[in-house]
Design a protein around this ligand. Structure first.
Ligand code: HEM
Length: 498
């Protein structure tokens, strides 16, 4: 309770306030790095604390004892979750992060923007109420699905499935959410597996893959869940990526005519994974083989998944030769890095969609709200980039101490949690002059919305291109929204209900 008698929110509750920024400003000024009794966690709010926390190897993205949320452990959703670079630390995860980042760095942003603009025009041309859900969530996800090689119909199905998949991520997820996420994970593997196995090699002049932009954090790579029931899932090792001993990497793709992809040889090295992270006995050693990926996707013949051509999708969801773009780059980068296990590649291809989903919806929504509140910005791209800082769609993230971590004289003990308030650091006057002004075209802003350090987001440019295209089309159509929307009751994503 404040002196004025108003109830002080927790930094998690602040995410959905109409204006959380006065509260964040107080945190930055008065409690830049402090333990919050109500949350039971440390809160890092100013730029210095946020940088220090995100750069600390002692702090991990998941609790050491729970690498996969209990509600989805042992399900297909848990297996995907446990292989996401976003959700894992350790040397293998760092190398896989390099692969993921290389693929995203080569995403065709022009095509992404053109597709997002086209889908937006098509949605508006249908008439009736403006379909905000579709514009904010569906279109960015569809574009990423299309960039991943899915064709009309399959792209929509993937966009719908990823909405179900992300439901498992909040701590508040129900058992119905977990079941929906598990079904979605199965379907997403079916949809994305064949384009991944049939991705042609990236160009030969591509640069060699080093350890990647993510510095290798210390050991303890968390696990995927146990074997996926029911049916064959392939014998993948969580996060296995390239020989840790520096031996020559095995190629990822199978060069046999007709297979179109996959990986010969066993290849996968899990020598840097924690022993507890090893897959349960019974998972077979098919890692690094075309069969491994086909099994992981539930498929049979190369490039063909049972059930994929049935249901709502008319015709082939991905035509031969369409395997290109993001997944082609992913496969090429994996080959160069010696990431011989296709399973984690498939999980991180699904991760492209899940990482896009809520965050890009928030960026589109928050930009529309900024316009409704009178933002003066003829250049939509410049406005979107400033909204990234000014009204961050991802307001906070978390870290979990595996070892003691000390900042500014305070020590986080192993087992404790840190809430990292990215949106507060964005408005720290120590790093951004006049931080509460919305100034499109701001020169060299310090922006924490995409994280920092080993887990920094590699999708920022893509997200900005998508949001710019969708908002640009809405502006051209003369559409505007309310200045005072309610916000979705989420713990870290700030997404207006439009
Ligand atoms: C406005 C949109 C987006 C925002 C605000 C955002 C924000 C973030 C943040 C804060 C992190 C780091 C989390 C942490 O360190 O705890 C992250 C990680 C990540 N993001 Fe994004 N993201 C966005 C869009 C995207 C898109 C479109 C993609 C790819 C298609 C993407 C891919 C990733 C990946 C792969 C990671 C994991 C990186 C790692 O853990 O090493 N993001 N994102």
């Amino acid at each position: 309770m404040s002196a004025a008698g108003t109830v002080t929110p927790t930094p998690v509750e602040a995410v959905r306030l109409a204006d959380p920024y006065p509260f964040y400003a107080r945190l930055v000024a008065e409690r830049p790095f402090a333990f919050d009794e109500a949350l039971g966690a440390w809160v890092a709010a100013d730029a210095a604390a946020v940088r220090a926390v995100l750069g600390a190897g002692a702090l991990r993205v998941r609790p050491v004892a729970e690498p996969v949320p209990a509600g989805i452990a042992g399900t297909p959703a848990g297996e995907v979750f446990g292989e996401l670079v976003r959700m894992t630390d350790g040397a293998a995860a760092a190398r896989l992060k390099g692969v993921v980042a290389q693929a995203l760095a080569r995403a065709d942003l022009g095509r992404a923007g053109a597709l997002a603009a086209r889908y937006t025009r098509e949605a508006l041309a249908r008439g009736g109420d403006v379909p905000c859900e579709e514009l904010m969530f569906g279109i960015p996800a569809r574009v990423v699905a299309t960039l991943s090689g899915l064709t009309e119909g399959a792209d929509r199905e993937a966009a719908a499935a990823i909405g179900d998949f992300v439901r498992c991520i909040p701590a508040t997820a129900t058992s119905a959410d977990h079941r929906a996420a598990a079904r979605a994970a199965v379907r997403l593997r079916e949809l994305l597996g064949p384009p991944l196995t049939s991705a042609p090699a990236a160009s030969a002049q591509d640069t060699a893959c080093g350890p990647g932009p993510a510095g290798a954090a210390p050991d303890a790579s968390p696990a995927s869940g146990p074997t996926v029931p029911p049916g064959p899932t392939g014998g993948r090792e969580a996060g296995a990526c390239g020989p840790a001993d520096g031996s020559a990497p095995a190629p990822l793709r199978d060069s046999r005519p007709g297979t179109g992809g996959g990986t010969p040889g066993s290849g996968a090295s899990a020598s840097d994974a924690a022993p507890a992270a090893r897959p349960a006995a019974g998972r077979q050693g098919a890692a690094g083989t075309a069969a491994g990926l086909r099994a992981a996707t539930g498929g049979g013949a190369p490039g063909v998944c049972p059930g994929v051509h049935r249901g709502s999708v008319a015709g082939a969801p991905y035509a031969a030769g369409r395997a290109n773009g993001l997944l082609r780059e992913l496969v090429g980068a994996a080959e160069r890095a010696g990431c011989t296990d296709p399973g984690p590649l498939l999980s991180n291809a699904i991760g492209f969609l899940s990482q896009t989903y809520d965050a890009t919806a928030g960026l589109i929504g928050n930009t529309l709200v900024a316009l409704a509140r009178g933002a003066d910005a003829p250049d939509t791209g410049a406005l979107v980039r400033e909204v990234v800082r000014y009204d961050a769609p991802v307001q906070n993230t978390r870290r979990f101490a595996a070892e003691p971590f000390t900042h500014a004289g305070s020590t986080v003990e192993p087992g404790q949690q840190v809430l990292v308030v990215l949106a507060a650091a964005n408005r720290d006057p120590a790093v951004n002059p006049d931080p509460h002004a919305l100034s499109p075209g701001r020169v060299n802003p310090a922006v924490f919305t995409f994280g920092a350090g080993a887990h920094r987001c590699p999708g920022g440019e893509l997200a900005t291109a998508l949001a710019t295209a969708v908002v640009g089309e809405l502006r051209r159509a003369g559409w505007s929204t309310t200045t005072t929307p309610a916000y979705r009751p989420l713990a870290n994503a700030r997404i207006p209900l439009l």
